[in-house]
Design a protein around this ligand. Structure first.
Ligand SMILES: *[C@@H]1O[C@H](CO)[C@@H](O)[C@H](O)[C@H]1NC(C)=O
Ligand SMILES: *[C@@H]1O[C@H](CO)[C@@H](O)[C@H](O)[C@H]1NC(C)=O
Ligand SMILES: *[C@@H]1O[C@H](CO)[C@@H](O)[C@H](O)[C@H]1NC(C)=O
Ligand SMILES: *[C@@H]1O[C@H](CO)[C@@H](O)[C@H](O)[C@H]1NC(C)=O
Ligand SMILES: *[C@@H]1O[C@H](CO)[C@@H](O)[C@H](O)[C@H]1NC(C)=O
Length: 441
């Protein structure tokens, strides 16, 4: 059943035995006021986006939204085409990936992230759209990723893999009440977007799938991710903002991000990661009430010389970590370069990072903080952290080129992180008040 009605804008509803329900709701750009006041799209402000839209566009008008008429049309056709791939019983019919469309690389990366040159178009995508809702009554969207993983593993990809859902240059996007499974590369990728609300979804990509990431906010402003469960092969949630000279030139940071009440499991990467592509900068990120488990690392900050940019003003609070090899890591020697034109003197900054109210069990290494000699990591603040370390673990803390403070942390961190003990816990940088929440301190 493929059904269009105009009662709630455009509704794409598709229910074969596989149980896919996808509703794509569009409203005219100015018809709905998202976020009453000048908020940054964090979780507390997004309630209105869930209401039905009073004004709507029909399928034929869809292509007229935004600047790129043709692109929008193609984007929408892709969504339909993609849904049609579930037409056969059990959703088993595979679309033909060898004829999948190719698009230009993102300007902030300069090339496909996996293979130089172009990249495959994402399976469901929106370029330059406004006020889009992708929702469903707990339906499942299956990216049928295995063929892409095989190509990745056997080095037979011609271009970088597609993502399952991608929004580029879009505003006021809601994704909710759906399960996304088997993404070819990333599950959900908002890039150059503002006001993105991801709510009550699950993303599951097999733990052994190569370099797959759950949700990747990329050069976007005002992102809320809440009440989600994510499992993936590499990072569960990864924040990015462009790659070396391309990301520096494009200059679009990821900022004003709020992540709460999420369960994150990854395999070879990190439950929650920042970078390594962070050349446009990443700042003002609040993460709270998160459960990180069965992963290589819990929280990882990654960068390297040549990136430029910054990762700063990050607060991560109320964390339960279980069965993770390294609870926290920050590395200034992590990641490769898009080509040899990068500027090795473009030194990234890591500053004002607070980790607080953490309980961890079955941890091998508490923390590894290796900064950059020319630009040591600064104001790393650890407060109220209790980690139980596996017996026979190789090392507890490892620190170099880093400074910061700590209080109520066990096991006792390296001297670099208690040289300037905060005389009160509020010596930690904290974003809490930004969100109208009473400070945890
Ligand atoms: C998600 O489901 C909840 C509960 O059924 C509903 O209240 C909410 O409006 C749904 N979200 C969207 C965007 O439809
Ligand atoms: C989340 O999705 C489930 C399944 O669709 C639904 O039952 C539940 O009400 C939703 N919760 C919220 C808070 O929207
Ligand atoms: C939503 O769907 C997933 C997988 O299809 C299922 O495991 C889960 O129980 C469902 N949740 C609800 C509330 O129906
Ligand atoms: C420490 O964190 C735990 C949660 O991990 C919290 O219950 C407790 O109140 C915090 N203690 C202080 C002194 O902030
Ligand atoms: C800083 O890191 C470099 C390696 O990048 C290392 O050689 C140097 O000893 C470190 N400095 C300090 C003070 O730990």
């Amino acid at each position: 059943m493929l059904l269009f009605t105009e009662s709630m804008a455009l509704i794409l509803s598709f229910m074969p035995s596989f149980q896919v329900v996808l509703l794509l709701l569009l409203a005219l750009s100015n018809a709905v006021k998202i976020n009453g006041d000048e908020s940054h799209g964090q979780c507390n402000y997004n309630k209105q986006t869930l209401q039905p839209r009073p004004h709507s566009v029909s399928i034929s008008e869809f292509g007229a939204v935004g600047d790129g008429k043709t692109l929008n049309t193609i984007a929408f056709q892709n969504a339909i085409f993609y849904l049609k791939s579930f037409a056969d019983k059990g959703g088993a019919q595979l679309y033909d990936p060898s004829h999948w469309e190719v698009v230009d690389p993102l300007p902030s990366y300069g090339r496909g992230i996996e293979i130089p040159g172009s990249r495959y178009r994402s399976l469901i995508n929106g370029y330059n759209v406004k006020d889009v809702v992708i929702t469903g009554d707990n339906g499942t969207i299956d990216g049928q990723g295995s063929v892409w993983w095989d190509w990745f593993n056997s080095h037979s990809l011609k271009y970088s893999r597609p993502h399952l859902v991608e929004f580029v240059d879009s505003q006021s996007v809601v994704v909710s009440n759906l399960s996304f499974v088997n993404a070819p590369a990333y599950g959900i990728h908002p890039v150059y977007c503002s006001n993105v609300h991801v709510h009550n979804i699950s993303v599951s990509i097999p733990l052994d799938s190569p370099h797959t990431n759950g949700i990747v906010p990329d050069s976007s402003d005002g992102v809320c991710i809440e009440d989600c469960t994510i499992t993936s092969g590499y990072d569960a949630i990864s924040l990015k903002s462009g790659w070396d000279e391309y990301g520096i030139a494009y200059g679009r940071p990821t900022k004003n991000v709020h992540i709460r009440r999420v369960d994150l499991q990854s395999s070879s990467g990190s439950s929650l990661a920042f970078g390594s592509e962070m050349s446009g900068g990443i700042s003002n990120v609040l993460v709270e009430q998160v459960h990180l488990y069965n992963s290589h690392s819990g929280v990882e900050f990654r960068t390297t010389k040549g990136r430029g940019g910054y990762i700063k003003q990050i607060t991560i609070s109320d964390v339960v970590i279980k069965n993770v090899f390294v609870a926290f890591s920050a590395s200034g020697q992590c990641g490769s370069h898009p080509d040899d034109k990068y500027d090795p003197t473009a030194i990234p900054v890591l500053d004002h990072i607070s980790l607080q109210n953490v309980v961890g069990k079955k941890i091998s290494v508490a923390g590894i903080f290796n900064g950059i000699q020319e630009s040591p990591f600064t104001s790393i603040c650890l407060y109220n952290i209790s980690l139980s370390i596996n017996s026979g673990a190789p090392t507890t803390w490892e620190c170099s080129n880093v400074s910061g403070s700590s209080d109520l942390v066990s096991p006792e961190p390296c001297s670099e992180l208690h040289s300037t003990k905060p005389n009160s816990p509020s010596g930690c940088f904290s974003l809490s008040t930004l969100y109208g929440k009473a400070s945890a301190f």
